[in-house]
Write a protein that binds this ligand. Sequence first.
Ligand code: FE2
Ligand code: FE2
Length: 247
Amino acid sequence: MKKEIYTMYKHYCNLYKLSEYKSKNLWKIIRPICYHKEFLKRFKSPYWHHDNKTISEHIICDTIVTYKIVDKLQKKKRLAKIINIKNAVLISMFHDLYQEPWQNNFALNYKKLINKHAFTHPIEAAINAITWFPQYFENKNDAFIIIDGIVHHMFPLPVRAVNNNDMQLNNNDKYNNISNEYIKMLQLSTKTGRFNNLSLRKSLFLEGRIMSKADKIVAIRKDLKSIDGYIAFLTGKNKKLINKKVD
Ligand SMILES: [Fe+2]
Ligand SMILES: [Fe+2]
């Protein structure tokens, strides 16, 4: 599976025209995450993200596009010092590492609209990233930049506010186990731009805003190719994916 992930990474580097030199540099940052068992798991059925692209494929594409945008912006001297390319890449690698597949998953049963996958998956992804990759969250300044970027990546869609109300998270067990300082960061990140237990704002940091832009570029231009993929956003069902395996 590790070899397949690397082959997939090289395929998308070519598709998005990332040079050999830059693709090696980016691989050095993301390799430990790509080889983690939870990332490898999301490279297979039933972990379809947009249409018939797996979560891992989508994340790799977003990360390549994020890296390219930051690399280009850093050529402007004024921006070179204020954008941290590693944090932008990490936000991308973690942003959709949510718990359960959402297409054709008939076991998902959200009691409230605000707890549906569209609004809660960034929170689940942040909790999973903190749990599976604690080494990237040791520096608390970087941790808040990464968490805020993950949490608000869906902007202009709002995100579920982290509070004491039942959020119906699919990884509630992990939420209860992470350190209180990370819970506070999640709460702080969703405290502003608040209405009805949702928070609507961009990330406070450039790294998060760039990644959110890359997410839209990949989703709209490359991921979503069929009517079934768009219908799934409304219904959660995608008839094209039934019985589909990774090619
Ligand atoms: Fe997302
Ligand atoms: Fe995404």
